[in-house]
Design a protein around this ligand. Sequence first.
Ligand SMILES: [Zn+2]
Length: 114
Amino acid sequence: MHEMSLTEGIIRVLEEQAEAQGFTKVKTVWVEIGDLSTVDADALSFCFEAVRNGSPVAAEARMEIIRLSGQAWCMDCSKPVTVKQRIDSCPLCGGESLQVTGGDEMRIKELEVE
Ligand SMILES: [Zn+2]
């Protein structure tokens, strides 16, 4: 389950930010997850709740997931399209020549701290 190592990465970022910016606690962390990423949002939340207690900075933090839709460029009709999965074909022309341009990432968007 790679969500566990992702969670540990998130908590490491929170701790680094706490030290760099001089706050002691994170209240909320907003995490963006693209529909085309391989991250399971439920598993990530579950892992975060299991791991956060080990970190004074993250112990009381709430994780909010923001879903980003998948973006792709259709090379057949030369238009940007929105896709739900990597294996989708173009919703406009049904073509298979899609190049993913966004929504395949996971990143920390914002922190609420005290
Ligand atoms: Zn197309």
